[in-house]
Design a protein around this ligand. Structure first.
Ligand SMILES: [Zn+2]
Length: 347
């Protein structure tokens, strides 16, 4: 009798370098530290990363609308600063990685690797020289926009809103993309609108990622990619990270579960091949406590994760095994595809 799927999934997670390409934990860490707590990642997160066999976390720097524009830079620097503090307090357990060499060291020393990413270029405002500063601080991925307009371009909203005509990438945005690629930062198009996406495809010279977006043909959100966009992104040799949020997984909450998220994997694999799928789970359940009841009620659907914490990521792998994916293919999806892009773009 063969091993159960659960055992096979767990053993894959023990050996594979699982990467979650999008996690907004820095907002939580920043708030918890402001309350006087220390070693927040070690205390609140490490066990669930370990249990799920998640070895690498891309930590997004996200600025809430309330702080923009004046406080964007300050908040971004503060989020980087809290990560640096956490790493110095738990230096035997977590590590900031700025290169493939760092990732290899983290793995050898069995530390959870953190990679910094900007979720929206708001912190640099319209000052290109600040991009270099963020690079020097360790930012290796650049989400051009969040779901709003900035100096680089226009974001895609979660559902249609009342607004005027959308724009594409600005003249400043073109320079940001060129400078970022030149430096060795990866361009991330999650949250970008369709006009901007088309522009990035013309401007970018390196692989482009969508760190946390799914398929629009399955879940009809503007945050998800059309089939043509999936093909275009794959053509850059990029990767799409599967997002576990219910909005982006299924049109109806009753369909929003792990199996349905795997339909997105199947769809991308069928369209462009297994080399272009990764995980960018965007887990948010633990952060909903910071959203007011009023704004939750304002949302057309209440947000929830279809993967319940990083400890449950092996459930995704079980589903992939059940669908007949080979160990080699699953390794690509869990981390090696994103790693390929890191190798290609980072210096
Ligand atoms: Zn996001």
């Amino acid at each position: 009798m063969g091993l159960s799927l659960e055992t096979r999934a767990k053993s894959l997670h023990r050996d594979v370098q699982v990467i979650d390409a999008h996690y907004d934990l820095l907002i939580d860490v920043e708030i918890q530290r402001s309350l006087g707590r220390r070693r927040v990642i070690e205390t609140d997160y490490l066990d669930t990363f370990k249990e799920g066999g998640v070895k690498t976390i891309v930590a997004a720097i996200f600025i809430d609308n309330d702080f923009l524009p004046e406080m964007g830079l300050r908040k971004a620097l503060n989020q980087i600063s809290v990560l640096y503090d956490e790493i110095s307090e738990s230096s035997d357990k977590i590590m900031l990685c700025k290169s493939m060499h760092d990732l290899i060291i983290a793995r050898k020393e069995e530390k959870v690797a953190f990679i910094l990413s900007l979720e929206g270029a708001e912190p640099i405002g319209n000052d290109l020289s600040l991009l270099r500063i963020f690079y020097e601080l360790g930012v290796r991925l650049l989400g051009l926009v969040w779901s709003r307009r900035n100096y680089v371009g226009d974001g895609s909203t979660f559902s249609p809103i009342r607004e005027g005509k959308k724009g594409g990438i600005t003249e400043f945005g073109v320079r940001v993309i060129e400078a970022a690629e030149e430096m060795g930062m990866i361009i991330d198009v999650s949250h970008l609108n369709d006009e901007g996406f088309a522009d990035v495809m013309k401007i970018a010279r390196k692989p482009v990622i969508a760190s946390h977006s799914n398929c629009r043909s399955i879940a009809d959100s503007m945050r998800n990619l059309t089939d043509q966009q999936i093909k275009d992104l794959a053509h850059t040799n990029g990767v799409i990270g599967m997002n576990a949020n219910n909005f982006f997984t299924a049109n109806k909450d009753e369909d929003a579960h792990v199996e349905y998220l795997l339909h997105h994997v199947d769809h991308i694999v069928k369209l462009v091949g297994v080399e272009h799928v990764g995980l960018g789970l965007d887990l948010c359940d633990d952060f909903l406590k910071y959203i007011s009841q009023a704004s939750l009620e304002h949302m057309p659907r209440k947000p929830f994760d279809v993967v319940h914490g990083h400890k449950s990521v092996p459930k995704l792998t079980e589903g992939l095994l059940k669908r007949g994916y080979s160990d080699k293919e699953i390794e690509l999806i869990l981390g090696l595809n994103f790693e390929r892009v890191y190798r290609e773009v980072w210096k």
